[in-house]
Design a protein around this ligand. Structure first.
Ligand SMILES: [Zn+2]
Length: 307
């Protein structure tokens, strides 16, 4: 019905369009799913549809202001901070009660799992008794960390990452001049996340650094002396890169190797090695979450790759 400018997520977009067309909008939505797959872009487009009087034209001042985050009746919390505090919520709730000029007052929260318990409880009151024509749209990549009382008061839409095949087809259409090998690499490195895939294709330095990491991971799976692997750990630890991302891509690589082994030779001796490596990767992930020294955790993982 609308020109969303979004890759995929057809089912979720249809659900939103259905709510709009049937005038059954919820007063609060929560978009949950992995990061970098376009949840916040969809949330902003949703706001555009609700506020633009021109059927989501992308060109009127309302459409432009919403995309720029400066629309007076659309209040946005979208910052890099690790938590969303009660003062921020009090401030935006105050704004929701002000006179509006557009069709709705809308509160958009990117990363709602970052709400502190106090902030979440403060928001809860507004979720229970929202001012008229107010809609709250939140996104999260960690729904498990959210208060059940919040989740029970929103319409939950679940999003997932794309299959490699689907993403590759879409990227090929968007970037017709990019060669097949690069598209394959970008699809693997982005783990099916369109936002990250597009970033990699737009930023050649970023792609180069991801490629280096990927090659490093391939080395981990080769029969290299342990001092060499410890050297790689050193590089990873000294790099500012997020360890979680490193583990995600490593897990993806081991899974695809395992898949290959199983499809070519079901009795492959490497099968057990990859399976045990996947369980070591999970353990490392848990250790890092508990703030165990990253070097120690990764060195112990490196030892596992050599067994
Ligand atoms: Zn417009």
């Amino acid at each position: 019905m609308y020109n969303w400018n979004i890759i995929g997520h057809k089912k979720q977009l249809e659900l939103i369009e259905h709510d709009i067309a049937s005038k059954t909008l919820a007063h609060a939505y929560l978009f949950a799913g992995p990061s970098h797959i376009g949840k916040f872009s969809i949330a902003k487009m949703f706001v555009n549809i609700l506020q633009c009087t021109n059927n989501l034209c992308h060109t009127c001042s309302t459409c432009k202001q919403i995309q720029a985050g400066s629309h007076p009746d659309t209040v946005v919390i979208d910052d890099e901070g690790t938590s969303i505090k009660i003062e921020q919520i009090r401030d935006v709730i105050g704004k929701l009660h002000m006179t509006k000029h557009a069709s709705y007052k809308i509160l958009l929260i990117n990363g709602a799992h970052k709400l502190t318990p106090e902030a979440a409880n403060c928001l809860l009151k507004t979720l229970e008794e929202p001012p008229p024509n107010t809609i709250i749209i939140m996104t999260t990549n960690n729904v498990r960390d959210m208060l059940p009382t919040i989740i029970s008061r929103v319409r939950l839409l679940k999003f997932s990452a794309y299959s490699q095949k689907f993403l590759k087809e879409k990227l090929r259409a968007l970037y017709p001049n990019t060669d097949d090998k690069t598209l394959d690499q970008v699809c693997s490195l982005s783990l099916g996340k369109s936002g990250r895939a597009i970033k990699l294709l737009e930023d050649s330095d970023l792609l180069a650094s991801y490629r280096t990491m990927y090659n490093m991971l391939c080395e981990f799976l080769e029969d290299k002396p342990i001092y060499r692997k410890f050297g790689l750990v050193e590089e990873i630890v000294s790099d500012e890169r997020d360890n979680k991302e490193f583990l995600d891509i490593f897990t993806h690589l081991v899974r695809s190797r395992l898949h290959k082994e199983l499809t070519t030779n079901s009795n492959s001796p490497k099968k057990d090695h990859y399976l045990s490596l996947l369980s070591s990767l999970e353990k490392t992930r848990t250790l890092l979450k508990r703030n165990i020294n990253a070097r120690l955790a990764l060195e112990s993982l490196a030892l596992k790759t050599s067994q």
